[in-house]
Design a protein around this ligand. Structure first.
Ligand code: SAM
Length: 248
């Protein structure tokens, strides 16, 4: 498990810079492209994620962070689940955060600009960390997991919703045709940035398998790690818990 490696990036700093700049270019049309290209199924994936972490959200005084929150769709879904929960959202791309601010309005969510690998939060200060379609873009996956684990208090949970490779060979071939041949054209036309939608299937192809990611979570100290495929394995949702304080 290394990290995102966009073409031409020679190290982690360059990879992160490329990712931030790419999301900055697509921020204005991100939601439209997302919903159209996924035929709106992305809304279901986020709702499902919230359902799976509801018991953590419902703890009295729970504090949840949506990492790589982008334009804030999962952040808002977390807020909708439970009014008493303190919901935070963070991202390192200013134009994406600006879009989230507009969408979220006065719904009582604190948004802040931060690299997911260096969160300005105390150890053990959160009950829940979620990340939807952001983890794949981190320049260092081990460091991303360690940072998620660091900020969780004992009993806290992490949920990682990310694109995957469908396990069924026929469905995988169909999906890959769509992702590699159609998506870059349509995504490029909708967002004005073709490289973003060429990067997307490429980054999914290079991303660790769900089994490898689950193993990485266990190595980082997460317990009761599990994953489930959604929509035939186009995406996978990983869950892990911190049952003890991290030993850092
Ligand atoms: C595909 S978007 C997903 C946005 C949102 N979570 C969603 O479900 O639509 C990925 C987001 O991850 C953010 N991101 C990528 N790497 C990051 C990092 N190292 N730190 C913080 N945000 C990061 C990008 O800026 C972008 O907004």
């Amino acid at each position: 498990m290394k990290g995102a490696s966009p073409q031409g990036a020679r190290n982690e700093q360059e990879a992160a810079r490329w990712v931030r700049s790419m999301f900055g270019r697509v921020a204005r049309r991100y939601d439209l492209a997302n919903h159209l290209l996924s035929f709106n199924i992305d809304r279901y994936w986020r709702r499902h994620t919230v359902r799976r972490v509801r018991s953590v959200l419902e703890r009295p005084g729970a504090r949840a962070l949506d990492l790589c929150c982008g334009t804030g769709d999962l952040t808002l879904a977390l807020r909708g689940a439970r009014a008493n929960t303190q919901v935070l959202g963070s991202d390192f791309c200013r134009p994406m955060l600006a879009a989230a601010r507009t969408k979220i309005g006065s719904r009582g969510i604190s948004l802040f600009e931060s690299d997911a690998l260096r969160l300005p939060l105390r150890d053990g200060s959160l009950d829940l960390v979620t990340v939807a379609f952001g983890f794949r873009n981190l320049a260092n996956y081990e460091a991303g997991l360690a940072e998620m684990r660091r900020v969780l208090r004992p009993g806290g949970a992490a949920a990682i919703l990310e694109f995957s490779q469908p396990p069924n060979a026929v469905f995988r071939a169909l999906y890959n045709f769509y992702a590699r041949r159609i998506l870059p054209w349509v995504g490029g036309a909708l967002s004005g940035s073709r490289d973003a939608y060429t990067y997307l299937p490429e980054s999914v192809r290079k991303f660790p398998s769900p089994q490898e990611l689950a193993e990485g979570m266990r190595r980082t100290g997460f317990d009761n790690v599990s994953f489930e495929y959604l929509t035939g394995g186009i995406v996978a949702l990983h869950l892990g818990y911190s049952t003890t304080a991290p030993a850092f």
